[in-house]
Design a protein around this ligand. Structure first.
Ligand code: ATP
Length: 944
């Protein structure tokens, strides 16, 4: 028991570090909505500054190249302790302020991906700056707090553990009180939830965000400096403490400082006790190393599974769109010269230059995995190096050692990586955005510490990987004094070419469309029959396979599995370079591979400028700048410049060809504005529409109830929709109409009975209901912004099979039957706009895209949620005509709208909802005459 107590108290030291960093994460998140992966790195700067002041009296500034230090010690060495502490803490505050002004303020409206990438950029830059200014030699920091031994209950431990814990608790209470009781603290919390409201209350949201950054970096810096004598300080010490700190912060739901700090202290203690357990004789040898590092991953996965939601809810915060995706055709005329050029250069070079080219090509394969996962599907993964590493690791076990020949062994190794990747991706089914980055980061740490650095699993002496041979030909990288043979370079070129073509094809295929649909809008994707879970897991699988292929070849290129090639920091730099190159395109992956560390770009720069450590700083800064100014990366910028140049040349050529003057008017006539939909009034229905009394019921809702906490948004509502019928559902704002559609389509749980085409719907997911024929449109558009109008509609019509996904890699543009897509577009008059993006259309026509999309899946019933909102009278009447046409095609419609003219005109039967209850039903004439309806809803509208 005493031993347990001793280890628990020893673990308090790490617990305090986790508590400090997790507190910083929570404060920053509460004040700015940003999960800052660089929290540990920023505070570590303070620890180094403090130590340097104590050792040499030099105050080091967070800058590179320009003069970066002043001597305060008058040449006698250290400065007074208190002064050193104050200056070191202030340097952390300064970093917080700089990070706010230079990085996150410009990114305040950027998508989550950009913010995650930027915080990774800050992490990399600061870590590299530390190596540059303080070297990576480990340091033992002189004691700060009293550290004489304490004897208690038969054990003896250092007093500083108690001091540290006390300091952490006092500061945690102070932070809690600050958020709870001070005006500024309250305003900071509120501003994270609603910037505009706080703006109205005369607080500047940006001042609040800036003060949050300063507060959190000061607090974390102060505690981290105090903890620095309890660890050996090296440039990674605090950087990766972010993982257990994030685990604690997630347990505190990124909001409760008390829960977070308690969890952090407990995690430190539990980790220490786990380490103690692993010293026992009965503990399996293979599970000894790295287990405590894997623990936060388990905690994070559990915490996120408990906290996360499988689909974003209505009203989830929207931000700017993700970097634009460009999906060019894989043209031989473009690919062949690039491949031949690369082959020639690889043949003509030698030594480290050829090795650089090989490394670039291999890293490109791993970058392609990020293009698929992050670029196309929007899932942020910081674990791609780790996943690549599992393949390298598997190859060292599966290759010659197990008698499996090339190329089967790397393929098998990549399949092993696929399994790991899909496992790491499972949390993505419930979580997204920065939280997914957290899980994958924790997964990468677990892989590195528990597997790659586990001497029981990976031999300490190295895990040799035999050279590949093909048809008796030695394709190995080394021979004698040659460090990079051309045979290996050509082999890698072949592999990277095939992978690039496959990814390029995938992006343009039906699978690519589904990926982009999920990236744009998961809820809308589910509503058109896309299984979000399968799509994400497929993406994780493909990406992991690619990373695995890259990892296997990285293994071949090194001759043995080296954990150093697949560390967490390598994984972070992969994301950094993928984003820099352009994370949405194959060309971006190639650029990223070119400039990645040890790639050819790096080799050339290093030879020319002896750039060394500065490279990582430049990469970090470049990453931040890319996130702010150029989210499509270098490839995107190149493409835009190229497009501009082409447009310029075309304009010049056109100007030359054009007649000197005249003809303008004739031209103007042909390019006039698109015809606004003509206001063809719906024909008087009574004469045209049949009676539906005897038609079979397709949708029967019985006593449907939906609760939001104590509120019954839908209360015991029953209604029927018959085959071919247009049924209206009207009611005042907040009556529960959208909630009813959400419940029918499976987006929120409900009580009661929903019968669709004779069968009861119970646990079916939204995508399954859509496939059964229950489709919907959205009040708030929810279109897929990255796809053209036609593709928006097409995704609703396409269904994935194993065969179709495999074929998508090879032949993305197979002839498919587009009859349903075309007729849906025709029906709503969008055939002429099929190739533009929905965002380029006026609102009215965007609404019609939603209608066409809902129609493309051949629904039995379409639930149309306020399709006329935002339309003018003419557009609304045209829509009415289209709704009647759709119903005449056999689709039943439940129409929710506030446009009474439209509803009363086109609907065969109408239900009126008020406070979640059906208060009236009948034909348009019945509803017009119903006093209760007039009182509750129609009011003067009908009397006039
Ligand atoms: P509108 O015509 O304005 O779209 P509606 O009839 O569609 O209104 P709903 O949006 O379904 O009404 O809202 C019904 C009730 O449920 C309202 O009181 C609303 O505030 C509440 N509500 C809707 N969504 C949520 C939610 N996610 N959490 C809690 N309450 C909600």
């Amino acid at each position: 028991m005493q031993q347990y107590l001793l280890f628990a108290i020893v673990g308090l030291g790490f617990g305090c570090i986790y508590a400090a960093i997790s507190m910083g994460v929570v404060i920053t998140y509460r004040g700015t909505g940003i999960i800052n992966f660089a929290t540990g790195a920023m505070a570590m700067w303070g620890a180094y500054v403090f130590d340097e002041l104590n050792r040499t009296g030099d105050l080091v500034f967070p800058v590179a190249i320009i003069p970066h230090k002043v001597s305060l010690g008058d040449g006698v060495g250290s400065v007074p302790f208190a002064l050193a502490l104050v200056l070191a803490v202030l340097s952390c505050s300064l970093i917080g302020l700089l990070v706010h002004f230079l990085v996150f303020r410009p990114l305040r409206r950027a998508p989550i991906l950009a913010r995650v990438v930027a915080s990774v950029g800050v992490l990399l830059a600061i870590q590299a700056l530390i190596v540059m200014q303080f070297t990576s030699t480990p340091r033992a920091v002189a004691p700060i707090l009293p550290n004489e031994p304490v004897d208690f209950a038969g054990i003896s431990f250092s007093r500083d553990r108690l001091w540290l814990t006390g300091v952490v608790i006092v500061i945690a209470v102070a932070m809690w009180a600050w958020f709870r009781f001070t005006r500024l603290g309250l305003a900071t919390r509120a501003s994270a939830e609603n910037e505009r409201a706080i703006g109205l209350a005369r607080f500047s949201p940006q001042v609040l965000a800036g003060s949050t950054w300063v507060l959190s970096s000061t607090v974390v810096g102060f505690i981290v400096i105090l903890t620095s004598p309890t660890v050996i300080l090296n440039p990674l010490t605090y950087v990766l403490a972010i993982v257990p700190a994030l685990a604690a912060a997630l347990i505190g739901r990124l909001s409760s400082i008390a829960v977070t700090v308690t969890a952090a202290l407990a995690l430190g203690m539990v980790q220490s006790i786990v380490v103690f357990q692993t010293t026992k004789a009965w503990w399996p040898e293979w599970a000894k190393a790295g287990l405590s590092d894997a623990l936060p991953f388990v905690v994070i996965v559990i915490a996120l599974f408990v906290v996360g939601d499988s689909l974003p809810s209505r009203g989830a915060v929207e931000s700017d769109p993700l970097p634009e995706v460009y999906r060019p055709k894989m043209r031989t005329a473009v690919i062949a010269p690039v491949v031949i050029g690369a082959g020639v250069v690889a043949t003509l070079t030698s030594g480290s230059y050829r090795f650089g080219i090989i490394t670039s090509m291999i890293v490109t394969i791993i970058m392609l995995s990020l293009v698929v996962l992050t670029g196309l599907v929007g899932q942020i993964s910081l674990a791609q190096a780790g996943i690549a590493g599992t393949a390298g690791f598997a190859l060292s076990k599966l290759g010659d050692a197990a008698g499996i020949p090339f190329p089967i062994s790397p393929l098998l190794a990549a399949l092993v990586a696929t399994v790991f990747g899909v496992l790491i991706g499972i949390p993505a089914l419930r979580i997204r955005g920065a939280q997914l980055a957290v899980v994958t980061l924790a997964g990468a740490v677990a892989l590195e510490k528990f597997i790659f650095r586990n001497t029981q699993l990976a031999e300490a002496a190295g895990n040799p990987i035999a050279d590949p041979t093909l048809f008796g030909l030695d394709m190995g990288i080394r021979e004698g004094r040659t460090i990079a043979r051309v045979e290996f370079a050509i082999l890698v070129l072949l592999v990277v070419t095939v992978c690039s073509i496959l990814v390029g094809n995938l992006a343009r295929s039906a699978t690519g469309r589904r990926f982009l649909a999920v990236r744009s809008n998961e809820r809308a994707g589910a509503s058109v029959g896309i299984s979000i879970a399968n799509t994400k897991l497929l993406a994780f699988g493909i990406a992991s396979f690619l990373a695995g292929v890259g990892g296997a070849f990285l293994g071949y290129s090194r001759g043995q599995l080296s954990a150093d090639s697949f560390t967490v920091m390598v994984g972070l730099s992969f994301l950094a370079f993928a984003y820099l190159g352009g994370i949405t395109t194959v060309s971006g992956a190639i650029i990223a591979g070119t400039f990645a560390p040890l790639g050819i770009g790096f080799v050339i720069l290093d030879r020319a400028l002896d750039i060394g450590t500065a490279y990582q700083i430049l990469a970090g800064i470049g990453l931040v700048l890319t996130a702010i100014f150029n989210p499509e990366g270098i490839a995107g910028a190149n493409r835009k410049n190229f497009d501009k140049m082409r447009a310029g040349l075309a304009a010049r050529a056109a100007a030359k060809a054009a007649p000197v003057d005249g003809d303008d008017a004739a031209g103007a006539g042909t390019v006039g504005p698109e015809a606004v939909p003509t206001a063809a009034a719906p024909a008087p229905r009574a004469t045209q529409r049949p009676s539906f009394d005897d038609a079979p019921v397709v949708l029967a809702i019985n006593e449907l109830t939906v609760r939001y906490g104590g509120l019954k948004a839908v209360d015991d509502a029953s209604l029927r929709v018959r085959e071919g019928e247009i049924v209206g559902l009207i009611g005042p704002n907040g009556a529960g109409k959208t909630t009813m559609i959400d419940a029918l389509t499976g987006f929120i749980p409900s009580e009661g009975r929903i019968e669709f085409c004779g069968a009861e719907l119970t646990t079916e997911q939204p995508y399954q209901r859509a496939r059964l024929g229950l489709s919907r449109t959205w009040q708030s558009l929810e279109l897929f912004g990255d796809l053209s109008v036609r593709e928006n509609v097409q995704v609703a019509d396409e269904r994935a099979t194993v065969g179709s996904v495999l074929a998508d890699f090879v032949k993305p543009a197979r002839p498919v039957d587009l009859t349903r897509v075309d007729s849906a577009l025709d029906l709503v008059g969008l055939a002429g706009d099929a190739d533009v993006r929905p965002g380029d259309l006026p609102l009215g026509r965007q609404k019609l895209v939603g209608v066409a999309r809902a129609l493309a899946s051949s629904p039995r019933v379409m639930l149309a949620d306020e399709p006329a909102a935002g339309l003018d009278t003419a557009e609304s009447r045209a829509l009415g005509r289209e709704i009647i046409d759709i119903a005449e095609g056999g689709v039943s419609i439940l129409l929710v709208d506030h446009d009474m003219g439209l509803v009363l005109e086109v609907c065969d039967y109408i239900y009126v909802l008020d406070f979640g209850q059906i208060i009236a039903e009948g034909t348009a004439a019945d509803i017009r005459a119903n006093e209760a309806v007039i009182d509750a809803y129609l009011g003067s509208e009908v009397h006039t």
